[in-house]
Design a protein around this ligand. Structure first.
Ligand SMILES: *Cc1c(COP(=O)(O)O)cnc(C)c1O
Length: 376
């Protein structure tokens, strides 16, 4: 079956580079026990934890378009960015290998957690070249240092490989990456039309670099659904978040419309964007009590593994809205964005001392206090 987006807009299918990496469509499932526990009748989950047999989560959908672009441009390497435990950097490593590309990860410091260790080991296992640009998230020198280190690596690879690596922004969020989630929205519309779930009133999704939420905000109405997206902020750059989200949506719409004028050229205002704040806690990748409670509820009642950086905080926002009584009678869709495939066999093949020295501290220092047996 063609991608849901291409089925509705065949001209996009002819013009947009795309390679099939993910296993689509991902299931939608009713969360009966969790819904009953919370007192909401119509609660569903979109299982994007299962986008790939080796590694799922939200990144493979973006990489289908991003890596296709790298291949079309004749690149041999891609270089991308993230924090030390970046799911995006790991997904890029895994899917680059599948697409016969090499990956370079420029990583930044972040709060320690067990998933950071596992993602680093697995990235190494899958052949990523890892660099730690040793600046904290809050540092003002951060971008300067990253630009400088990136410049060095780009030059080094130009000399070694004779080609510039393709740069993929953090989280895979660019117009090209966002198209992966426009397609995801069309996929959901197809599932609603097939009777797999009722049309959701509200879609709760984690928002980091905003590509996932932007794709859904654009794609759901374009696919004919009236669902409203609640983008739960997990990074903390909230002051400009609505503008950046609206701009990303509008630029992606303009791009798709320019390729195929049957795709709507929307023009979203900042005030149309619903970014939910209040669930971040101390900052990016610092787990919260509400988030970890949501993780354990989902594990006990839904049998699905979430985590503390993104999905726990997002489900906590949904739970809070239900408990306030604001959305009890609505059809709610929780969009699961985290991988649930077990990586421990891959991680076990690597000794952390084989990683560049700067990464050793994540293995030698304690993890944060709330990371207590909750994740895998
Ligand atoms: C990257 C990521 C997100 C955030 O997606 P964005 O498109 O960057 O907003 C959400 N959940 C998980 C598990 C992620 O790895």
């Amino acid at each position: 079956m063609p991608l849901a987006l291409f089925e509705k807009h065949p001209a996009l299918g002819e013009k947009l580079p795309h390679i099939s990496l993910a296993e689509l469509p991902t299931p939608v499932e009713r969360l009966e026990a969790l819904g009953a526990h919370l007192g909401v009748d119509s609660l569903y989950v979109k299982r994007d934890d299962l986008t790939g047999p080796v590694y799922g989560g939200n990144k493979p959908r973006k990489l289908e378009f991003l890596l296709a672009q790298a291949l079309r441009a004749g690149k041999s390497h891609v270089l991308t960015f993230g924090c030390a435990g970046s799911n995006h950097a790991l997904a890029t490593a895994i899917y680059c290998r599948q697409a016969s590309l090499k990956s370079i990860s420029m990583l930044m410091d972040q709060p320690n957690a067990r998933y950071v260790r596992q993602n680093l080991l697995a990235s190494y296992h899958f052949g990523a070249e890892l660099h730690l640009c040793d600046v904290g998230l809050e540092s003002r020198m951060r971008w300067l240092r990253i630009y400088r280190s990136t410049g060095c690596q780009v030059l080094r690879h130009m000399v070694a490989d004779g080609k510039r690596p393709m740069l993929i922004p953090p989280g895979g969020t660019s117009i090209t990456g966002v198209v992966g989630y426009v397609n995801a929205a069309f996929e959901l519309a197809r599932q609603v039309a097939a009777g797999q779930m009722p049309e959701p009133d509200l879609v709760y999704v984690a928002s980091g670099t905003m590509g996932t939420a932007a794709g859904l905000i654009l794609g759901l109405p374009a696919a004919g659904l009236k669902s409203h997206v609640v983008a739960v902020e997990v990074v903390g750059r909230t002051d400009t978040a609505r503008q950046r989200m609206a701009s990303l949506v509008n630029r992606t719409a303009a791009y798709l419309h320019s390729l195929d004028d049957t795709f709507p050229a929307v023009s979203l205002r900042d005030s149309d964007v619903d970014i939910r704040t209040g669930y971040l806690g101390e900052g990016y990748a610092w787990f919260t009590k509400e988030g970890m409670e949501a993780v354990s509820l989902m594990r006990q009642l839904g049998g699905i593994g979430l985590e503390g950086t993104y999905t726990g905080k997002t489900l906590a926002a949904l739970i809070c809205d239900v408990r306030n009584g604001a959305v009890k009678d609505d059809t709610l869709l929780f969009w699961d964005t985290v991988n649930s495939r077990d990586l421990s066999d891959f991680a076990r093949t690597v000794d952390y001392r084989d990683l560049p020295r700067s990464f050793h501290r994540y293995f030698e220092e304690d993890v944060q206090p709330l990371d207590q047996g909750a994740f895998q």
